[in-house]
Write a protein that binds this ligand. Structure first.
Ligand code: PRP
Ligand code: URA
Length: 207
């Protein structure tokens, strides 16, 4: 299942982040801003509890987030979305999955994993700007499920039909929130038109 965040404010920022002229400083800022919007929508159904808050006038019945939220950036590009989520949920815990795509096979290679125990009982949000073939996202979900996580959400910035289809096939109950669903993958399994190599553009490693 996927949810496209088609809001004009998100689409405006997407136009800016895709632009080849956008340097790494601006790219990082835009990744943070887009993530905030997408995350805002993704957390719509999170559990809340009622609390009484004393205002200067009287007691107000308010709601506060009740779930343990665990954010899981997929290293390395997922780190570029972390600040955006922590702006919205400053108390979130953070786990990490280290994965890179083998340049030849395009298959994900796992090199690191560390999750807080709350991932077993709370809501885990996997963040990775690019969901291309879907292999890395499927591997990250596999790792979280093996750890014991039950409630998992994926947030990305750009994806494509091939990647969505793979995640839907392997993990049909995991919702994917995205700001864009592009046309397809090219011969190097890059999303087109996409935005290029997200890790390189975030961290300034391309040239
Ligand atoms: C990118 C991206 C995803 C993966 C997507 O990471 O951040 O993790 O590729 O591709 P997939 O859907 O086909 O698996 P990359 O391998 O470039 O590593 P990096 O973040 O360390 O640059
Ligand atoms: N990784 C990226 O950074 N970009 C893509 O388009 C595909 C994988």
């Amino acid at each position: 299942m996927h949810i496209l965040i088609d809001h004009p404010c998100v689409q405006h920022k997407l136009a800016l982040i895709r632009n080849i002229e956008t340097g790494h400083k601006k790219f990082r800022e835009l990744a943070t801003e887009i993530t905030e919007f997408v995350c805002y929508e993704a957390l719509k159904n999170v559990n809340t509890r009622e609390v009484d808050v004393q205002t200067p006038l009287e007691v107000a019945k308010c709601r506060m987030i009740d779930d343990d939220i665990v954010v899981v950036p997929v290293l390395r590009a997922g780190v570029g979305m972390l600040e955006g989520i922590l702006e919205l949920v400053p108390t979130a815990r953070v786990g990490f999955v280290g994965l890179y795509r083998d340049e030849e096979t395009k298959q994900p290679v796992a090199y690191y994993e560390r999750f807080p125990p709350q991932a077993r009982t709370g809501t885990s949000i996997i963040i990775d700007p690019m969901l291309a073939t879907g292999g890395s996202t499927v591997a990250a979900i596999d790792q979280l499920k093996e750890f014991g996580a039950k409630d998992i959400i994926v947030i990305c910035i750009v994806t494509c039909p091939e990647g969505l289809a793979l995640v839907d096939k392997e993990h049909p109950e995991v919702p994917i929130y995205t700001a864009a669903i592009d046309n397809s993958l090219n011969e190097n399994k890059y999303i087109v038109p996409g935005l290029g190599d997200a890790g390189d553009r975030l961290f300034g490693t391309s040239h």
